[in-house]
Design a protein around this ligand. Structure first.
Ligand SMILES: [Ca+2]
Length: 516
C-alpha cells in the first residue's frame, strides 16, 4: 500500500518535472513550415536522453512529429542525464565535430562557454526566430536572465513553473477545526496555535503525543523570515528601490528573526532535533495524526501528507496550505527562477541557418503543446472542454515517456495547467488561493563577469557555511544573541560581505536594465 503510494507520487512528480507549457487551446507557430524545401535536410542535436533508463528518445514519436512538421530529420546524440555533465563538458571543451544544436551541461552562469566563442549569438538571427522573439517579449525576466554581459543572447531556455506548487505552509485542518481556529495569519496567532496543540489531546489517543509543528531545518527561512521582511531563501534580495541586501546581514531584522526562533526552541515549540528532521519522519507523524503544521513543497500536501490519513477522500485536504505568516512585515512565499536548462547553436556549424530555424520552431507554442500534452486520442482527450490525460499515460509510464512527452532534450516549458490536471481539485484551488497570490520572485539568475565569478568563488561558500552554522547556534542558544550577535556581524564583515554585496548589486543592476 505504502509502496504504491510512493510510486504514484514519484510518477506524478516525474510527470510534473517533465511537463512543459500548455499554450492556449489554439496552438500557435509563427514560422513558415516546412522550414526547408531541401529533401533529406538534417539537424544534429546534442541533448539529454530520458531519465528512464529503458527509454531511448531517439525514436520518440512526438519529437519525430515536430521534426516532420519542420521538414527535417534529427540526428540525435543523446546522453544519459545522470552523467550528462561529465560526458558533455569534455566534448564541449574539445570543441570538435559538435552537433548543430547543443544542450549545455549547466546554466553557464560564469559565461565560460559563451565567452569562448563556441556559441552563435542568437539575437543576430532574431529575424529567423519569430517564435523565440515572441516568447522573450512575453517573458522579460527570462530575457533579462539570458542577456549576457556583452548584451547578446546566446541561449534558448528550458523552464520550470515559478509561482505555483512551491514550498508552502500547511496545517492539520481537522485540528484547527477542533480548536475552533482559523488558519493563523500572524506569528502571534501561529504561536498561540502551537501552544494549544501542546496542551490538547487532539488525536484523541489519551496520550500527550502531539508535536506542535514539524518543519525541516531547510524550510525555516521560507516559513518565518518573510514576516521579518527578509528573503533568507535567496540570501541576497533587492528592496523596492533596487538596493541589494544580504538577509543574514540585516542587523535588526535578522536578529529579530533568530530571536523569534530561539523563543520557539526554548519553549519546545520548535523541536530539539529540528536540524535532523526529515520528510519520512513527518510523513510518519501524519500517519499517526501527531502534528499540527508543516512546511514543504506544495506537492506533498495532497499526494504525500493528506494521503496518510485513512479518512482522506481526495475531495478535502487534511494537511492543507494556507497564507504565509505576517509579522511587522506582510508575509510572502519565495518562488523559483524559471530557467532550468539552456540550448545554444554551435558557432562552427555549417548548417547554422536551418539549426536556428529549428531551435526557434522547437520554442513555438505548437511544439510546446506537443511536449506537454502530446496528441488528442493518443495521450489526451477533451472532457467538458478541458484536456485530461488518457489512463495509459499513468498506467504505462515507459510508453508515455518514450513518446518524448517530457522532452528533456528539447527547450520545453513547464506549465501550470498541465500540472493542475495531475492533482485533486482542492489542491489546485488551494494553490491559487493561498500560494500564487503571495509568491515573490527570488534573487534572479544573472550572468557573472569573470571578476564577479572569482570574487564569489573566493567568499560566498565560506559565508554561507558560517551563516548556516551560526543560525543553528543562535536558535539553540549555543551562541547568545545578546552577547555574540555583534561579533557575528563583524565576522561577516571580515569575510568580505561588502565585496559580495557590490557584486550582487552590479548583477542586479544589469538584470534590471536588461528587463527594459
Ligand atoms: Ca494525543
Amino acid at each position: 500500500m505504502k509502496k504504491t503510494r510512493i510510486l504514484s507520487l514519484v510518477l506524478a512528480l516525474m510527470m510534473l518535472l517533465g511537463i512543459a507549457s500548455a499554450g492556449s487551446a489554439e496552438s500557435l507557430n509563427l514560422a513558415q513550415l516546412p522550414l526547408t524545401d531541401q529533401a533529406g535536410a538534417t539537424v544534429s542535436i546534442l541533448g539529454m536522453n530520458s531519465w528512464y533508463s529503458t527509454v531511448d528518445l531517439k525514436d520518440a514519436l512526438l519529437l519525430k512529429e515536430i521534426a516532420d512538421r519542420a521538414g527535417v530529420t534529427i540526428d540525435w546524440t543523446l546522453i544519459d542525464p545522470t552523467t550528462y555533465s561529465d560526458t558533455v563538458s569534455p566534448m564541449l571543451a574539445a570543441g570538435k565535430d559538435l552537433p548543430d544544436i547543443l544542450e549545455m551541461p549547466d546554466l553557464d552562469l560564469n559565461m565560460d562557454y559563451l565567452s569562448s566563442g563556441m556559441l552563435e549569438p542568437l539575437d543576430e538571427h532574431f529575424d529567423l526566430m519569430p517564435n523565440y522573439v515572441a516568447f522573450l517579449e512575453k517573458n522579460p525576466d527570462i530575457k533579462a536572465s539570458l542577456t549576457a554581459v556583452d548584451g547578446h543572447i546566446y541561449y534558448v531556455p528550458q523552464t520550470v513553473v515559478t509561482n505555483n506548487y512551491q514550498p508552502v505552509l500547511m496545517y492539520n485542518m481537522p485540528w484547527l477545526e477542533k480548536l475552533g481556529l482559523e488558519a493563523p495569519k500572524t506569528l502571534d496567532e501561529f504561536v498561540a496555535y502551537l501552544r494549544k496543540i501542546k496542551e490538547t489531546d487532539l488525536n484523541g489517543n489519551g496520550e500527550n503525543d502531539e508535536i506542535p509543528m514539524s518543519i525541516q531545518n531547510a524550510f525555516l527561512p521560507y516559513m518565518f523570515a518573510p514576516a521579518f521582511g527578509l528573503d533568507l531563501v535567496s540570501g541576497y534580495y533587492a528592496d523596492d528601490n533596487g538596493v541589494v541586501h544580504f538577509a543574514a546581514y540585516e542587523k535588526d531584522a535578522y536578529k529579530a528573526y533568530l530571536s523569534f526562533l530561539h523563543g520557539l526552541y526554548e519553549e519546545g515549540l520548535l523541536e530539539q532535533e529540528f536540524t535532523s528532521l526529515n520528510r519520512d519522519q513527518i510523513t510518519a507523524r501524519c500517519a499517526n495524526d501527531q502534528t499540527g503544521a508543516t512546511f514543504d513543497y506544495s506537492w506533498q500536501m495532497s499526494n504525500l501528507y493528506s494521503a496518510q490519513y485513512p479518512n482522506y477522500d481526495k475531495t478535502v485536504g487534511i494537511i492543507a496550505g494556507a497564507a504565509p505568516l505576517s509579522g511587522e512585515h506582510a508575509g510572502f512565499y519565495v518562488g523559483r527562477n524559471p530557467v532550468s536548462g539552456i540550448f545554444g547553436i554551435n558557432a562552427k556549424s555549417n548548417n547554422k541557418e536551418l539549426a536556428i530555424k529549428f531551435l526557434d520552431y522547437a520554442m513555438s507554442e505548437e511544439a510546446q503543446d506537443l511536449y506537454v500534452w502530446g496528441m488528442e486520442g493518443l495521450t489526451y482527450e477533451i472532457v467538458d472542454g478541458a484536456r485530461q490525460y488518457l489512463p495509459r499515460c499513468t498506467e504505462d509510464t515507459i510508453w508515455y515517456q518514450g513518446l518524448g512527452i517530457n522532452a528533456p532534450n528539447m527547450p520545453s516549458q513547464q506549465s501550470t495547467p498541465a500540472t493542475d490536471v495531475l492533482l485533486p481539485k482542492w489542491h489546485v484551488e488551494n494553490d491559487r488561493t493561498f500560494e500564487e497570490p503571495f509568491i515573490r520572485a527570488p534573487y534572479p539568475t544573472v550572468y557573472a563577469t569573470e571578476e564577479e565569478a572569482s570574487t564569489s568563488s573566493m567568499y560566498q561558500v565560506d559565508i554561507d557555511t558560517y551563516v548556516n552554522e551560526s543560525a543553528v547556534a543562535f536558535i539553540t542558544g549555543t551562541k547568545n544573541l545578546e552577547a555574540d550577535f555583534d561579533n557575528y556581524i563583524a565576522t561577516l564583515e571580515s569575510m568580505q560581505i561588502a565585496e559580495m554585496l557590490k557584486v550582487r548589486q552590479a548583477q542586479y543592476d544589469r538584470f534590471a536594465a536588461a528587463q527594459k
